[in-house]
Design a protein around this ligand. Sequence first.
Ligand SMILES: Nc1nc2c(ncn2[C@@H]2O[C@H](COP(=O)(O)OP(=O)(O)OP(=O)(O)O)[C@@H](O)[C@H]2O)c(=O)[nH]1
Ligand SMILES: [Mg+2]
Ligand SMILES: [Zn+2]
Length: 365
Amino acid sequence: MTSSSTSVSSVLTPYGWDDAWADAFAPYAAEGLLPGRVLRVDRGQCDVLTPGGTLRADTAFVTPHDPLRVVCTGDWVAVEPGGHPRYVRAYLPRRTAFVRSTSSKRSEGQILAANVDHAVVAVSLAAELDLARIERFLALAWESGAQPVVVLTKADLVPDAVTRAHLVQDVETSAPGVAVLPVSARDGDGLDVLAAITAGGTSVLLGQSGAGKSTLANALLGEDVMDVQAIRDVDGKGRHTTTTRNLLALPGGGVLIDTPGLRGVGLWDAGTGVGQVFAEIEELAGNCRFHDCAHESEPGCAVLDAIETGDLPQRRLDSYRKLLRENQYIVAKTDARLRAEIRKDWKRKGAIGKAAMEAKRGRHS
Ligand SMILES: Nc1nc2c(ncn2[C@@H]2O[C@H](COP(=O)(O)OP(=O)(O)OP(=O)(O)O)[C@@H](O)[C@H]2O)c(=O)[nH]1
Ligand SMILES: [Mg+2]
Ligand SMILES: [Zn+2]
């Protein structure tokens, strides 16, 4: 018993394995399945780090029709010890999950990373800051259950300390409760602070293509593991250097998930996250005369008062309203879709059940 459990913990612990995961895995261990963490998912196959090494496994067994229930990088899974193909049989209940909707017009959820402790939003200082986009990423980051961090990359391109400090401050006002770190992979500035954060638990790097995520990953790894490429067009639309989500163990402890660039992120049932991004507005709202104040023209509105005095930028309130509206729209659409989805699920299960019964009967007769 000791030799196998020792190897389980010595291999998997650096990847985040702990007693709670072991407990959750116990029923699968009893079935002879192997525990592992998903390093990468690619067209129905995934690489899983197990105590015996990295295995390739098929994900088809784990409800492939629902994009939120597919196996994802960062998942802890129960995988078959052998077989052609070898299947992932289940994933353990996720502690956190970063989910976006693939487009703000449709209500399709997509899970980008599972079991993440730090959601690192990478924003390039080479381009003009888009605070609304940062707020949107942060809403999803908070909603995921992870602690968000904003990393302002390519700080070497803003050598003037005063300008740099202003940019950091602008982002800080849009990100209450979130650390904002200027870093340069080129000259190493700020990397130690980021490394201290990523040394604990699992971190995911998120952001637009060309933001410098993979360059940061390589800097934290101390070697060139991820491909890096110069941006060819300004908005980065024509180019995605990283194409899969990759989980990497860091030399200083902790694991890092590098992800392909995202053009944009649509909210996905992120009401709580939106509230956290605009914490100061929600706090002000507590002082409005009417508890259901819409902060539009009501008397005794503390939010409008703060706009009046300049304590709250109008841009923040506009952005808050926009994200709230978008979220309500997505949630309303999703409910209808989910209902249809669940119905389809029942039918599918019914069909599988019937097929299994028939197969059994065939075997026994
Ligand atoms: N000046 C400067 N350039 C950087 C820095 N970090 C990254 N770059 C450059 O930015 C470009 C894009 O970097 P990547 O690391 O490939 O960006 P990415 O976010 O991984 O892009 P995708 O994989 O497409 O999502 C490359 O040309 C890098 O050399 C930095 O700290 N300073
Ligand atoms: Mg990349
Ligand atoms: Zn109000």
